[in-house]
Design a protein around this ligand. Sequence first.
Ligand code: CP3
Length: 343
Amino acid sequence: MNDTFLKACRGEKVDYTPVWLMRQAGRYLPEYQAVRGQVDFLTLCKTPELAAKVTLQPVDILGVDAAILFSDILIPIEAMGMHLEFSEKKGPVLSEPVRTKSNVEKLIVPDTEDSMSFVLDTIKILRRELKVPLIGFSGAPFTLATYMIEGGSSKNFLNTKKMMFQNSGLFNYLMKKLTKTVISYLSSQIEAGAQAVQIFDSWAGALSPVDYKEFELPYVKKIVSALKKQHPDTPVIYFANDCAGIIKEAKKSGADVIGVDWRIDMADAVKKLGKKVVVQGNLDPCVLFAPKEHIEERVKDILFKGESAKGHIFNLGHGILPETPVENAIAMVEAVHKYGKKE
Ligand code: CP3
């Protein structure tokens, strides 16, 4: 078992800097497309043998130090009672967006065993097959709320912010339900065998720092502290996208590892995070379209800057893009392993 990733999460000494890629299972891999050609995306998520198969693909092909469960952050939203579809053109579509008190009242806090047992079954298969640690995940409450309130992806999050500013009582009611859902969902994943969990806060950076502090941080803190109480040895990673303006606040989440995007320099991120948390990140996913020498240079720069943190897990600053040449992703992983060796 290669436990370098878990050691790095705990800030322990490692032989080299471990690496994995957000969205490492996906359309940039012809092997993923072959499976996806047979079934639609939601069926893929809900068929444990297939979800396990595509989880394993990047581990073998790229040689990364951790696997991430193949699923989607919107799966628990469906389990809460919303109708979810993935359209080829528009991405996720949640019909009947959540806008009123009765909409929120109707949502349930789902039991993972009852309505998402396929996630737990996928985890169980993976733990038998994997030689690297398995990361479970969930969306963060604010990020999930944006999809529920907007009914899908959004640019300005206007409906979400309208609810926040015009009816904060209702917004907080929704956030409380989401917080309970995330705690129970991640806890079940850990009990089924996930060895670390990541909370994806893809849209945290859309909030002003003041609003982040009021409307998102308290809920993320609650999730982390509940998980730490129930599973003290399982590392929690909090990825706050577009974090430059909120990084010092994001650190207060209590997570063991803070994931950062590429818009902040790694040296600056480390300085702001201090010596108590491990950092994860943060190569611009578009650098994987550059010549290999350029990729190597950027990897070296981030590795060098990550050295002064309590620990560093190399990753992209956000998900890998579908157009990415696979050989460049492999070159990145090789460069991290080569230049991230410790004496
Ligand atoms: O490899 C992994 O990282 C595990 C699988 C994973 C997926 N989605 C698979 C997926 C993970 C961790 C996610 C998280 C996710 N899903 C996030 C947070 C991370 C981020 O990138 O910010 C978000 C915001 C979503 C919601 C979502 N899922 C959107 C907006 C879309 C459509 C746009 C897109 O990227 O296609 C998805 C679909 C999705 N999720 C795909 C995959 C592989 C593509 C579906 C397909 O095969 O057509």
